[in-house]
Design a protein around this ligand. Sequence first.
Ligand code: SF4
Length: 284
Amino acid sequence: MSQSTRSPRTPRKLDDATEQLQTKLLRLVGGTVGDYGLIEEGDKIMVCLSGGKDSYALLDLLLVLQRHAKVHFDLVAVNLDQKQPGFPAHVLPDYLTKIGVPFHIEEQDTYAIVKRLIPEGEKTCSLCSRLRRGILYHVATKLGATKIALGHHRDDIVETLFLNLFYTGKLKTMPPKLRSKDGKHLVIRPLAAVRESDLARYAELRAFPIIPCNLCGSQEDLKRKEVKEFLREWEQRSPSCTDSMFAALSNVSLPFLLDQKLFDFKALRTSDQTAGHDDAWLDE
Ligand code: SF4
């Protein structure tokens, strides 16, 4: 376990293309932060850093936001070193020391636990994710973090929506803000409205030292891969359909779904003149 508490260095001037993209991403992140109340005065935000493009971008954008925000909040980057073979343990500490961000590396051999408990050839992601979540919550408590920031983006959210629709019979996805089951933690997703392709471009422009994500040797989640492919094909046939699906998540019409727990269909009468409870949308 190692830790650093140096204060952030003044960033170098960006080139025009990077600055333009950064401005676009900050607008989206700022909108999500404001709309969902993700950051408040005095927060200590633990930014989970895996070494992938999304989490690097998350930290980078939150650092810019921190310099310009009206509220004061602290950031601490946390990486969980799961002891996967070949994990380049020096990359994140070197990067974080260079940019002067306080950080904590939690070393826990979840790789060995997963290998011991899951028979060869079976999927390891479910147990691995559960272990990782528990450890990160524990670290958040230890560091006194008030929020835990994750790098999930718009495409993750739409994919999860479809995974739930296809395989669980539930209309739900990853929200921008979520309470943990024990009520002790708040998980936030400031990149919720950001496209994955923009994050990939941003990571390239900012030359983040990316750590490969296949070190554990587990196969990629096949169902998620299929949904990703399905959405990619639809996007080709109907450009912007992912934008539309994402927008739909903030435009829910309960009278036009079937959930009797959320809308009282039995009580609906012709005398109910509430706007949005009628069939006017059919004329649109
Ligand atoms: S891909 Fe590997 S590291 Fe990631 S959740 Fe699955 S088992 Fe864990």
